[in-house]
Structures are given as C-alpha cells and as structure tokens.
Design a binder for this molecule. Structure first.
Ligand code: FDA
Length: 386
C-alpha cells in the first residue's frame, strides 16, 4: 500500500476498471482490497465442482449494452458468444414467454392475436382503472396491463420478491410494464449481447494482470482504514456507503437473494436457462440452469446444476443485492452523499458506494467516466513543490 498511487476498495467491475485504467493509461500503481476470497465482485463466475458447468455465483449475469464505448472496452478482455437471453414464466402449470409479448398474450388468452387485437383487449382490461389515480402497486399494474395479465405474471412474483402484498406496496415501484406488440421474445433490446467465452473470472484475470496492480483478497478495508487514511492515499471506494460512515444516519435498505444450489442426475432439468415461477405458492422466484448459458460448450456431463432463487429483505449479515429505495432510504442516502461529496481523498463508486442498481455495462460506463473526470485529473496533477 505504501507504494501505491491509489487504493481501491472492491474488485468488481467498478474497481477493476479504475485499476486497469490507472495502470494502462497512466502507468500508475494500484492496490485493490477485497474482503472476499476472489476478485470480480458479484459478476464472478466459477466452474461447478460436481458438473464442470460454469455457474454465476451471485445469480445469472447476462452481458448486454447499447453503449459502444463500453462494448469496445470490455472486448479488449474477452470475446463474447452469440448467446441471446430469453426467459419463460411458469404459471398454473402452463408456460409463457417473457417479457409479455404477443406470444405471451396469445398463449394466455388461448388464441392467435394480432398487435391490434391484443392492444384492444388490453385497453379494455385497463378500463377498470380509467379516470382513477392508482394508490398502490396493484392498481398501478392494472392501469398499465389490465387485471388478468397482472394477476398471472405480476402479482405472485412481486409478492415473493417483496414479501409484501402488492396492495401494500407504493405505486411508484413500477413506472412502466412493457408489453410488446410483436413476437419478439428476446429479453434484452440492446445492440450488443453475449456471454464471455471463457467466463467472467477470466475477464478479471486479464483486466488485473498488470504488475502495477496488486489484488489483496480476504481483506476488509475497515481493518486497515486508519493506516490507509494516515498515509493520505487517494481511495476509490466501492463498498457500502452507509458502512463507510458507520451507519450514523441509519442503514440503507437492500433486498437480498438466497441461492439454493442443487445438482440433479439428469442431463437437462428444464430445457432453458431461466424459468420464472409466477405462482404465489411456489416459494422460489426462478430457477437458473447454467448449462443452457453455454450451448457452444456442449457439456458432456450427465448431471446438471440449478440454482433456485428466493428473495427477501437483507439483514446486516446478508449480501446487499437490490436497493429498496423507500423514502427513508432516500433521505439517508442524501445525508451520506453530502458527507461523501466533501471527502478530499475518497471517491465513491459502484453499486454499493452509490446505492444504485447498476447493470455491468452501467458499472463499467460509470467507472470509465469517473476515471476521466475525477481520478485521472487527481493523479496527474503536477506535484506541489514546497
Ligand atoms: P460489486 O458488488 O460487483 O463489487 C463490490 C466489491 O466490493 C465486492 O467484491 C465486495 O466484496 C467488495 N467490498 C465491499 N465492501 C468491502 C470492504 N469493506 N472491504 C473490502 N472489499 C469490500 N448485471 C448485468 O449487466 N446483467 C445481469 O444479468 C445481472 N444480473 C444480476 C443479478 C443479481 C442477483 C445481482 C445482484 C446483480 C446483477 N447484475 C447484473 C449487476 C452486477 O452484479 C453489477 O453491475 C456489478 O456487480 C457492479 O459491480 P461493482 O464493482 O459496482 O460492485
């Protein structure tokens, strides 16, 4: 740390981009601390020991972006497969295409619909909320897509995600529920999409390969904080914002996900990478089957590995995954942000450091821009001569 030009907390995409830019563009040294036993943050993937199938340890990570700067940047460290994500939703023993599109609507109402007839039907079903102001999530969803589609695809799923009846959730959790009027069943609509040919861990190995970057694992920043601060080092911090200030304004709320891993003695368990479960009485929200994310690998194992996902509010020992963003969180966040903005030697970034859900391409894009706007000018200032 003594020799480093910058100390980076967190080795996810946010921290890795800053370290890579500092070494490649500026020739400067960074030390990255991560409290986990591996680099890569939540995007990390590894080979499942029982099946040889690559699993995304912290949930399905699909790479997609329309940002050509981010796409060309990440392509320096990996090639991508031509994987295109698709999702299905099971409801009452039937299976439907997601997000809601003309195929879903035709399947659900049991007849072949045209864009026009489907939209006319939904307009009629939304009519129940005509002229009324939605007071909760349920009413908002019905005002957008009508009651039958809401009750099938949104109600139970939302209930499981938030463990709260949608009638007791604020209407502003959703602003839109996209309904496609064509038969496009692709999940993402971005210009670029794929999965890293050799997995996510390999991306981080390449991003952090320079001898100007030292990665120190199993190390919590808060155990070394006073030493680092005493050295006056520039710090790029991507850990939780509230923890940096010892929760003085209260903890920011997050949802977490529990993953239940299961190895099954069959070659193909569900025939698809992700199936959502919309029924309220099925406790998990979805099942991931990782073998289907890399069909080009043609895995020969006769077993398959699946993750069942269960969603709930995070407690202090849990991994924070999705910001809840209640009004109390927003007030707390504003207070923390005011302190953060006044820090001289600390720059905050990443999803935990800014209390925002960021997709990988957004985390990379934000880190590239923080590097250009904030880190690079700070590290390349001419030395003050006293
Ligand atoms: P990230 O969380 O990856 O890294 C932060 C790092 O800081 C961690 O390694 C942590 O251990 C470390 N750290 C924290 N506190 C510390 C401390 N005190 N000391 C030392 N180290 C500390 N995106 C996408 O594009 N497509 C997708 O399909 C998905 N899917 C998805 C599923 C789920 C369940 C989640 C929760 C998220 C996604 N994402 C996603 C989002 C993706 O995970 C996200 O964009 C990146 O993880 C962001 O990278 P960061 O570096 O900002 O944080």
């Amino acid at each position: 740390i003594r020799d480093a030009d910058i100390v980076i907390i967190g080795s996810g995409f946010s921290g890795a981009v800053i370290a890579e830019r500092c070494s490649t563009e500026l020739g400067l040294k960074s030390v990255i601390l991560d409290r986990r036993a591996h680099a890569g943050g939540n995007s990390y993937s590894e080979i499942d020991p029982d099946t040889g199938i690559e699993v995304h340890k912290y949930g399905a990570h699909l790479f997609h972006t329309s940002n050509s700067e981010v796409w060309s940047y990440i392509n320096r460290f990996t090639e991508f497969t031509d994987y295109k994500h698709r999702v299905l939703s099971a409801y009452q023993d039937k299976i439907y295409a997601m997000p809601i599109n003309l195929l879903t609507i035709s399947q659900f109402f049991g007849k072949f619909m045209t864009p026009e007839s489907a939209m006319a039907l939904i307009a009629e079903q939304r009519g129940e909320m005509a002229g009324k102001t939605p007071r909760n999530l349920e009413e908002k969803a019905i005002s957008l897509i009508g009651r039958p589609l809401y009750e099938a695809f949104i109600r139970g799923y939302t209930m499981k995600q938030w463990q709260t009846d949608p009638r007791d959730l604020p209407e502003n959790i959703i602003t839109r529920l996209p309904v496609r009027t064509d038969f496009n069943t692709r999940y993402f609509e971005d210009r670029f999409e794929g999965l890293p040919v050799n997995g996510y861990a390999a991306i981080f190995e390449r991003m952090l390969a320079s001898d100007k970057i030292e990665v120190v694992l199993d190390t919590d920043f808060f155990d070394l904080r006073s030493q680092i601060e005493a050295m006056g080092k520039l710090v790029f911090y991507t850990g939780p914002l509230d923890r940096f200030y010892d929760y003085r304004f209260g903890a920011l709320g997050w949802r977490t996900v529990d993953f239940e891993r299961d190895v099954i003695g069959t070659k193909d368990f569900q025939g698809a990478p992700v199936i959502n479960y919309a029924d309220e009485d099925i406790p998990y929200t979805r099942i991931l089957e990782f073998r289907h994310m890399h069909p080009e690998r043609n895995y020969q194992t006769e077993k398959t590995v699946i993750f069942r996902e269960y969603s709930r509010a995070a407690e202090s020992k849990d991994e924070p995954y999705y910001p809840i963003g209640r009004s109390v969180d927003k007030d707390r966040y504003d207070q923390y942000r005011a302190l953060a903005a006044a820090e001289e030697n600390v720059v905050f970034g990443g999803r935990l450091g800014t209390y925002r859900y960021l997709d990988m391409h957004q985390a990379i894009g934000a880190a590239l821009s923080i590097f250009d706007r904030t880190i690079k000018p700070r590290l390349t200032q001419p030395e003050q001569v006293s």
